[in-house]
Design a binder for this molecule. Structure first.
Ligand SMILES: O=P([O-])([O-])O[C@@H]1[C@H](O)[C@H](O)[C@@H](O)[C@H](O)[C@H]1O
Ligand SMILES: [Mg+2]
Length: 279
């Protein structure tokens, strides 16, 4: 049987690179910033423009009605992001918008593709580093065409863990996040890091630079592409309670192996986050 999704995969790589070029150019001009859910949840004219360009290009290539789209910047207007069996593109045009606004050089274009509610491929373009991460289900993960693999560390004391503070400034939530970070630091681990983009953080797990990345409060478009990349690099993808990963739950644990994941999970205090699909 012909490889049905190779064409969309190749196209996603092409489009991600074009989008990244636009983002790099936009960073040199005046950045127009607005806010979304709260004063620290930022969006720029570039986020909106790049999403339109990506979706427009995909529609032009594959037809207006054959594919569905879940895009960060168009999601609010559409209501809950419900994943159906139809071929669906899940897009974060600028993952790391705060970084983009401040000139902190980690910003990624994240494009994933799901069919029958299963992720088929993911592409993450870290556009200031000019690094392209990609993976197709069952076919391995790559960074700039070089195969990548998670680290083989099993000893938590030799690990580096990524987590992020996100944009929730509810005092109880911030207190829980800080307490979780403190407990992980005191295991002790070698360090805690964060690039400010969930997509890039997952690629750091995939290429063995860190052992785990988890976050509560991320959205499906932040992690969909990274989810395929981590798994294809040999890593594990779970819920923050150790159960199966659910793309719409806004909870995600990715790690190089189950031993590391379980050890970090022990220290996570879970707080509620409204699901992306409104269920
Ligand atoms: O808003 P955005 O920059 O696309 O995405 C954010 C980044 O991925 C950040 O690392 C994560 O901590 C937030 O939870 C996300 O919302
Ligand atoms: Mg994002």
């Amino acid at each position: 049987m012909a490889d049905e999704w190779q064409d969309p995969y190749d196209f996603a790589v092409e489009v991600a690179k074009i989008a990244g070029k636009i983002i790099r150019r936009a960073a040199e001009e005046e950045i127009k910033v607005n806010t979304k859910s709260c004063t620290v949840d930022l969006v720029t004219a570039t986020d909106v423009r790049v999403e339109k360009i990506i979706i427009g290009a995909i529609k032009e290539k594959f037809g207006e009605d054959t594919h569905c789209f879940i895009g960060e910047e168009s999601a609010a207007a559409k209501g809950p992001s419900v994943l159906t069996d139809k071929p669906t593109w899940i897009i974060d045009p600028v993952d790391g918008t705060t970084n983009f606004v401040h000139g902190f050089p980690f910003v990624a274009v994240s494009i994933a593709f799901a069919v029958n509610k299963e992720l088929e491929f993911g592409v993450v373009y870290s556009c200031f580093e000019d690094k392209l991460y990609k993976a197709r289900k069952g076919k391995g993960a790559y960074c700039d065409d070089e195969k990548i693999e998670v680290s083989d560390i099993k000893d938590i004391h030799k690990s580096v863990v990524i987590s992020e503070f996100g944009t929730n400034r509810n005092v109880d939530v911030v207190t829980e996040i800080c307490a979780t970070m403190k407990r992980i630091l005191l295991i002790p681990v070698h360090g805690i890091r964060g690039t400010g983009t969930a997509a890039t953080n997952m690629c750091m797990v995939a290429c063995g630079a860190v052992e785990a990345f988890f976050e509560i409060g991320i959205h499906c478009w932040d992690v969909a592409a990274g989810a395929v990349i981590v798994q294809e690099a040999g890593g594990v993808l779970l819920d923050v309670d150790g159960g199966p990963f659910d793309l719409m739950s806004r909870r995600m644990m990715s790690a190089n192996n189950r031993t590391i994941a379980d050890r970090v999970i022990k220290e996570i205090k879970i707080f509620p986050a409204e699901r992306d699909d409104g269920k």
